[in-house]
Design a protein around this ligand. Structure first.
Ligand SMILES: Cc1cc2nc3c(=O)[nH]c(=O)nc-3n(C[C@H](O)[C@H](O)[C@H](O)COP(=O)(O)OP(=O)(O)OC[C@H]3O[C@@H](n4cnc5c(N)ncnc54)[C@H](O)[C@@H]3O)c2cc1C
Length: 495
């Protein structure tokens, strides 16, 4: 066991995972977290009797496999924290009046979509075949490539072997973006749906993988929201002797003789350690905390050119009404877009948090419309005119509520609580650049790039979290926390 200590920046999923594995491997660790609670973007907050869930929509690989084992190690694999998803979601297209449902049962989805868009039957069959290929393939488990610091010569071969069944699906037409696939469809409504089933820029194989997992029952909703997933990990960390200090923002990583030796906090304290693991925003980490001193040309180019995930506005309504039997997720394509800053918003996705008892008192429900929105608009408004910012939030919430009345008559009179979180809110609580709640956009090329976790010229410093695993996501971020500790262990000769 190493008689060594490690300082971890951030108590998001990557930081907590790093903490648990550091403790388990004999390190003394201390997490310093900017916010007042663990979880990072896997966030929740209370409004009166309601709990707003601000993160993770679905948990992947919770039943079996390497990711499930990771959840178990972290103390958060209890079956009761996950609710099955009979469907991925629905799409209500107001201009045409058509509704599409994406079921976990792939045969049913195929039949539904063919009825929706008969002219696209061939493309629908091809899509479903892709999803079936990913069923039980374990692609997500084996596809998490080790960082360069850990990868041995045989690792790539092992990974390729593990993924041999689905390898053909990572090239050619299957690696087109969802938007490119959508443009081949004849039905314009189905095209818009496929473009936005996840994000327009994700490769088609990413959608196959999601639907393969869904069909396998390996995608679920968090019954008690992010709180029910995150708190057990934080508890496991504390049980193992780890320490967390909240409301503690790290301003600098302290470096002596080319080694990371500690951090300076906003309050001036300078806790020291034998290593530093940084899990916060990549820009902040590299350009502020480390003053841009340990960047090679490739990293500089990435931070200059790579695209970020577009941020969201999340509106939460606490409603004195039960929504039993209502679908958990519906995207509405609005006939009349809503003007928000420079954008005309015509896609609003609505989560109905009716699948667990923790979000609202009995007989009441949180419903949560979200849509992409512009960072510059919200940041400028918040910084220049706080009252105008609040007024804009209220206007948008009222406008969205008015639209939902069509589907839930009487809803407006039943709303007891309204909360609006903007891209600026995401930044304020988690420091993720421009409100990019998952970091880098998972484009085909970005999501396939394995980023280094260490910096040239700097010893005893490792990064983890969504800025080193492009596209973010729960399993990958947790795994990156574990990998950071594996790198430490390798340096220290710990098996
Ligand atoms: C609304 C939403 C829905 C999502 N849905 C899903 C989903 O369905 N499935 C899925 O797999 N993933 C989903 N994700 C993505 C997933 O939750 C994230 O990718 C993952 O939680 C990121 O974890 P992280 O630890 O890398 O980063 P973060 O959560 O950003 O954690 C970093 C932590 O570091 C702290 N920090 C930053 N800088 C400093 C500093 N200088 N000093 C001290 N502390 C600092 C921050 O406050 C934060 O707590 C979703 C995310 C959101 C927001």
């Amino acid at each position: 066991m190493p008689d060594k200590s490690v300082i971890i920046i951030g108590a998001g999923l990557a930081g907590l995972a790093a903490g648990v594995y550091a403790q388990r491997n004999g390190y003394r660790s201390h997490i310093f977290e900017h916010a007042g609670q663990p979880g990072g973007v896997a966030a929740w907050w209370r409004r009166g009797a309601y709990t707003i869930d601000g993160g993770i929509h679905f948990l992947m690989n919770h039943r079996s496999g390497a990711i499930h084992d990771l959840y178990r190690d972290l103390g958060t694999a209890a079956p009761e924290i996950v609710t099955d998803m009979p469907e991925y979601g629905r799409w209500m297209d107001e201009p045409s009046g058509k509704l599409a449902v994406f079921y976990a049962d792939l045969d049913r989805t195929a039949a539904e979509l063919k009825q929706f868009a008969p002219a696209d039957a061939g493309a629908i069959d091809a899509f479903i075949a892709g999803a079936r290929a990913f069923q039980a393939a374990g692609a997500f488990d084996v596809g998490m490539s080790a960082p360069p610091e850990l990868a041995g010569r045989l690792d790539s071969l092992k990974m390729l072997w593990g993924m041999r069944r689905v390898l053909p699906y990572f090239v050619g037409k299957h690696s087109r973006t969802a938007a490119e696939f959508a443009h081949t469809l004849r039905d314009p409504v189905l095209a818009r749906i496929f473009e936005n089933l996840f994000l327009p820029d994700v490769p088609l194989w990413f959608l196959y993988m999601l639907f393969g997992l869904l069909a396998d029952g390996q995608m679920g909703l968090l019954t008690h929201g992010c709180e029910g997933f995150v708190q057990p990990i934080a508890a496991r960390y504390r049980e193992l002797g780890g320490e967390i200090t909240y409301n503690a923002t790290v301003e600098k990583v302290l470096v002596e003789d080319g080694r990371a030796v500690g951090v300076r906090l906003a309050n001036g304290d300078e806790p020291r350690g034998d290593a530093v693991i940084a899990t916060g925003d990549g820009y902040d980490t590299l350009f502020k905390l480390l003053d841009g001193r340990y960047l090679d040309d490739t990293s500089r180019a990435r931070y200059r050119d790579w695209r970020l995930i577009p941020p969201w506005v999340t509106i939460s309504f606490g409603v004195a009404r039960g929504f039993a039997g209502e679908p958990h997720f519906t995207t509405y394509r609005l006939a009349e877009p809503i003007a928000v800053g420079p954008a005309q918003v015509d896609l609003v996705s609505v989560r109905v948090l009716n699948y667990g008892p923790s979000f609202a008192p009995a007989g009441k429900t949180v419903i949560q419309p979200t849509f992409e929105s512009d960072w510059d608009y919200w940041a400028a408004l918040r910084q220049s005119d706080r009252a105008a910012y609040e007024a804009e939030k209220a206007r948008i919430a009222a406008e969205v509520l008015r639209r939902l009345e069509t589907y839930y008559p009487g809803l407006s009179g039943q709303v007891e609580m309204t909360d609006v979180a903007t891209p600026y809110t995401t930044w304020r609580y988690t420091l993720n650049r421009r409100g990019a709640y998952m970091g880098w956009l998972p484009t085909a090329s970005q999501v396939m790039t394995t980023l280094p976790r260490t910096r040239p010229g700097l010893d005893r410093f490792v990064m983890a979290g969504q800025w080193v695993v492009p596209g973010g996501g729960v399993p990958t971020c947790l795994m990156s926390g574990r990998d950071a500790v594996r790198i430490l262990c390798k340096w220290d000769g710990v098996r």
